[in-house]
Each structure stands twice: as C-alpha cells, then as structure tokens.
Design a protein. Sequence first.
Length: 127
Amino acid sequence: MTQFGPWAERLEAIAVAREVVATAGFRDAPGVTGSRAHVAPVSLLDGKGTGWSLDCGAAVRALAFAGDELLITGGDDGRVIAWDVTGQKQVASLSLGAAVRALAVDAGAARGERARSSRAPSMGRCT
C-alpha cells in the first residue's frame, strides 16, 4: 500500500517484462475512482533511471506486458488499454462493457512470432 495524498493505493496487479516492472491497483478513499499504473525500469534497483505513472482512469485490476514496450491494463470501467511504455502514452483502447479482472497474452504473439500450423500432430499407431 502506498500513500498518495489522503488515500491509500491498494496493489491489485503486477506485470514483469525483461527491462520493466509495472504495478497497479485502486485508491481506497470515498469518491476516488481514478487510478494509475506505475512503471519502473529494473535498472532502478541499481539506482539508475526513474519510474513513471500512466493515468488509467478507473481502478486497474489486471496488467500484462506484450513484449517489452507494450503494457496492457484492464479495470473496473471495462476498458482494456494498450500503452507504449517507452513513449508513456496510450496507443489503443477497447471497451468491453464489463469489469476486466484478468488478462492473458500469448508470449509468442507478443514477440511477433508466426503462428504454427493448427493441425494436430500425427500420432503413431499403437499396437
């Protein structure tokens, strides 16, 4: 829990990429619905670099990295937002109409790998 003014920010989600870590949650105060995702380079552990925050609007319940530069957030407002973490800006948003509680990203797709054939592997004959 981190103090930001008269409220506390409750941790709900953590995402880790190769060079960056992101955390997010919700603010525990009456009437406060906004939230931020906090992003920090792992170099911060060595005292190098600085972290930054992304204004997500509503409480964030889910985070995922798609590669090292794209962070995806999902929250109580039903929006899934894609963020360019190096440029610190929103690049896409999708409204789902219901709260988002979890996200899953295919690591191969995040790296831009081509999909493998959808054919099931052939199985040898059992005798």
